[in-house]
Design a protein around this ligand. Sequence first.
Ligand code: NAP
Length: 260
Amino acid sequence: MTIIPNDLTQEKVESQKLLGKVAIITGGSRGIGSTIAKELAVQGANVVINYNSSKGAAQSVVNEIEELGGNAIMCQANVANMEEAHYLIEKTRSLFGRVDILVNNAGITRDRTFRNMSKEEWYEIIDVNLNSVYHTTSAVINTMIEQKFGRIINISSIIGQAGGFGQTNYSASKAGLIGFTKSLALETAKNGITVNAVCPGYIETEMFAAIPSNVVEQIVSKIPMKRLGSTNEVAEAVLFLANSSYITGQSINVNGGMYM
Ligand code: NAP
């Protein structure tokens, strides 16, 4: 069961900077996405927790948010699939009447050196990490333009900036998100919409747990802060961008100084 981070206190519940806003978090069932969902809910947003297969984990996040006095629903959709992603946005719109914040967080890895990488491993990563963002954003953009308000926050990665051994597929998908972010920011700035990316470094989640411990030690030794990041530290950046009105087209690094 996911533990509520210690700093999600009653005090934060009372500040409610996002009261009445509607937020969708893709891949909100686990890891970074679940912490983002809880942070946004604690600030008063109605949150839609998207998941693909982890129904039980998504239900736990909904339960935790309700215990904190927040409002959340869950919605199963494989965002790599255009129709399912559109269903996620349509369901949100029909239940809440609007969509204010879209956090494109769903992501996976299929690491392998380029010479050994299969076509399936390439396409799966591009579909889940990059094409998914086209799917959700294309479904929501007209609503945000009509509202004259929108916050689109894409979870990229340090690997999209610096590259990563055995990660040509993942790196290409995450670098693609940064270019997408800047271009869409240019096109929608006049409509009250901001589009930004967050680039986490190495964050302690299940995705990271798959890396062998000797490799983890090597990675930590190269991080100037000499530790992994927490999901809460990424969620703080997302919350900041959700509340910001004059920042657009930016990538915020949350990486302990690993890439500057
Ligand atoms: P995680 O713990 O493995 O969680 C991934 C989440 O994405 C899960 O909720 C999963 O839902 C969802 N997901 C995967 N495929 C999906 C699909 N096709 N449709 C809908 N949801 C899907 O990963 P994480 O570490 O929190 O990573 C979250 C994001 O941060 C990713 O984009 C990742 O690339 C990025 N990131 C992570 C790190 C890190 O060190 N952890 C660093 C940089 C960037 P189900 O379980 O239901 O499938």
